[in-house]
Design a binder for this molecule. Structure first.
Ligand code: ZN
Length: 248
């Protein structure tokens, strides 16, 4: 099995090591006449967005100026979008990349927290995920749960924080597609078609939850910190929306 940490022509440093925040690299492609076309690097730790996790922000530092990165655009390559009006480095320029650490670290904690939530709801209430979204420090997730059990909000908050306090290891593993899809409940989101790749990336909160996932996560559940369940709402007959936030 070969694990390819590339996205188009860009080597994904965030897949090598989600703790990387600064690195040296070279611009492979840009169009200084059309900044909105984006910037392609040979090596990048910018998470491009996907699987509910928003893209990273940060800067490229080069020749005494900076290019703020505010997002990405879809395409065959990992196209980083510069802030409007910022200078754009030409192809061949050596740059130093740096992520907005507060945003990325908060998104990692939030994303891992959502997996703990989803694993706990599945184990204790048997409900699948129907959708969700996250921002740094807060998130929502929808579950197929026809009845809201008595005391659900507090029971869930207590159960989630108990799993976090258990300091479970969060590991990234790669499996051949067939072997991955043989794991029961590996696709936890209803109606989501698994990615059409020969090798699947799995995020395993050991003993609680395994999911096919491309996002960035903290290394153990205690790094998530405490989670508050702020709201449980009914969104349709079957659908319950759970809102959470990080409290420290
Ligand atoms: Zn995820």
């Amino acid at each position: 099995m070969s694990i390819d940490h590339h996205h188009g022509r860009t080597h994904r440093l965030d897949w090598d090591d989600p703790s990387i925040r600064e690195w040296d690299c070279t611009v492979l492609w840009s169009d200084p006449a059309d900044p909105e076309a984006g910037i392609v690097l040979d090596r990048s730790a910018f998470y491009p967005g996907g699987g509910g996790q928003p893209p990273d922000h940060g800067v490229l530092l080069w020749q005494g100026v900076q290019t703020r990165i505010v997002g990405t655009r879809k395409g065959d390559d990992l196209f980083l979008l510069p802030a409007p009006g910022d200078p754009v480095p030409a192809a061949g320029t050596s740059v130093r990349g740096a992520l907005d650490d507060d945003r990325r670290t908060s998104l990692m904690r939030t994303h891992s927290g959502l997996h703990v939530l989803c694993g706990t709801v599945f184990r204790d209430f048997g409900a699948l995920v129907t959708g969700g979204s996250m921002e740094p420090g807060e998130a929502r997730m929808d579950f197929n749960l026809p009845e809201i059990p008595q005391g659900f909000k507090q029971l869930l908050e207590d159960a989630v924080n108990k799993e976090i306090a258990a300091d479970r290891s969060i590991e990234v593993r790669y499996l051949d597609r067939e072997a991955a899809l043989a794991i029961p409940d590996i696709i936890r989101t209803q109606a989501v078609v698994p990615p059409d790749t020969p090798v699947m990336r799995l995020v395993d909160i050991v003993g609680l939850d395994v999911q096919a996932d491309g996002g960035t996560h903290v290394a153990t559940t205690t790094q998530i910190g405490r989670i508050q369940v702020t709201k449980v709402e009914s969104k349709g007959r079957q659908n319950r929306r759970v809102r959470i936030k990080l409290t420290d």
